[in-house]
Design a binder for this molecule. Structure first.
Ligand SMILES: Cc1cc2nc3c(=O)[nH]c(=O)nc-3n(C[C@H](O)[C@H](O)[C@H](O)COP(=O)(O)OP(=O)(O)OC[C@H]3O[C@@H](n4cnc5c(N)ncnc54)[C@H](O)[C@@H]3O)c2cc1C
Length: 262
C-alpha cells in the first residue's frame, strides 16, 4: 500500500496582517489563521493519487496546538490520519530546525513512499522546506511539480511533470519521492458533510520533543536555528514614475531632454 505524507502549515492570512512601523513586529492579533493555500493543492494531488492507486494519507504539521484545526480541515477532504508536532521546545525554529523536527517526528510513525508539500508558504515563503525535508527523508525530490502522470507501483517509479518558466519538464523518479506542488492541475477540494463528520473522529497523534527517541535538543527550536532575524521593516516604495505625453513624438522628446537637463 502506498504510504503518502502531506506536509501542511497553518499560516496567518497575510492579506490581513500589518506591521507595526515603530517596532517592526508583525501585528498578528485578530488575524485569522488559514491552511497555507498551496498545501491545499498538494493535498488535492495526494488525494488524486490515492483515488487512482490506493494508499493511505497521513498529514503532518508543526505548529502550536491550534494548528490541529488545519489538520481537521484536511482530514475532511480525504486524508486518513494526522500528526501534530507541537512543543514549546520546537518554537523559534528556522527552516533547518523545522525540517529536522518534522522528519524526526514523522519517522516515529511510519516510512513514506510519497511526500507532498506546497511549493512555498504564504508567510515565511522561503521555499526551503521541501528540499530540506527530501534530503532528511533520503528521498528524491521534484520541485514545482505540476502533474503526477503515472505511477508504476511494481517498479516503484513515477512519471511527473514540473513547471519551468521555459515549458514543462517530464521526469521519471523513484520512490521515495518528495514533491513541492504547484496548484496548476489540482484545484482545492471542498469537504463534503460526510467528510467533515469523519474528520471530527479521525486520529490526530500529538508528538512533543519527549516523544522522539534520540532527538538532538541542540538541533531543534532556538538552539538549532542558525538563522537570526535582527530586524523587519516594510520596504521603501520607490517614487512613482512620470509618463510624458506632449501630444507628439518631437514635443515629447523635447520635454524629456528638458527634464534631463534640469
Ligand atoms: C529565526 C527564526 C525564528 C522563527 N521562529 C518561528 C516561530 O517561533 N514560530 C513559527 O511558526 N515560525 C517561526 N519561524 C518561521 C519558520 O522557520 C518557518 O515557518 C518554517 O521553517 C517554514 O518555512 P517557510 O514558511 O518559509 O516554508 P516553505 O519552505 O516556504 O514551505 C514549503 C512547504 O513546506 C511545508 N511546511 C512548511 N512549514 C511547515 C510546518 N511548520 N509544518 C508542516 N509542513 C510545513 C508546507 O508543505 C509548505 O508549503 C522562524 C524563522 C526564523 C528564521
Amino acid at each position: 500500500m502506498l504510504k503518502i505524507l502531506v506536509c501542511v502549515k497553518q499560516v496567518p492570512d497575510v492579506d490581513q496582517m500589518r506591521m507595526d512601523p515603530a517596532t517592526g513586529n508583525l501585528i498578528r492579533a485578530g488575524v485569522p489563521a488559514i491552511l497555507n493555500p498551496l498545501d491545499a493543492n498538494a493535498l488535492s494531488a495526494a488525494v488524486k493519487v490515492k483515488e487512482t492507486y490506493g494508499g493511505e494519507i497521513t498529514l503532518i504539521t508543526m505548529g502550536p496546538p491550534a494548528a490541529e484545526a488545519v489538520l481537521r480541515e484536511c482530514l475532511a477532504v480525504g486524508a486518513d490520519k494526522a500528526i501534530l508536532v507541537t512543543d514549546r521546545a520546537f518554537g523559534n525554529a528556522d527552516t533547518l530546525a523545522t525540517s529536522y523536527s518534522i522528519v524526526s517526528a514523522a519517522n516515529t510513525q511510519d516510512k513514506y513512499d510519497l511526500i507532498f508539500c506546497g511549493k512555498e508558504t504564504l508567510d515565511g515563503a522561503t521555499g526551503q522546506m521541501g528540499s530540506q525535508l527530501a534530503e532528511r527523508f533520503n528521498a528524491a525530490q521534484v520541485t514545482s511539480a505540476s502533474l503526477i502522470k503515472e505511477i508504476d507501483l511494481e517498479k516503484g517509479k513515477l512519471i511527473v511533470e514540473r513547471e519551468l518558466e521555459t515549458g514543462i519538464e517530464t521526469l521519471e523518479v523513484s520512490m521515495p519521492c518528495l514533491f513541492t506542488m504547484e496548484k496548476t492541475n489540482y484545484p482545492v477540494r471542498i469537504p463534503s458533510l460526510k467528510g467533515k463528520l469523519a474528520a471530527k473522529k479521525a486520529p490526530v497523534v500529538t508528538i512533543t520533543s519527549q516523544d522522539i527517541p534520540g532527538l538532538d535538543k541542540q538541533r531543534i527550536g532556538d538552539p538549532g536555528s542558525p538563522t537570526k532575524v535582527p530586524r523587519m521593516f516594510p520596504p521603501v516604495m520607490p517614487e512613482p514614475g512620470v509618463i510624458l505625453d506632449e501630444g507628439g513624438l518631437d514635443a515629447t522628446v523635447s520635454k524629456l531632454l528638458e527634464l534631463i537637463k534640469e
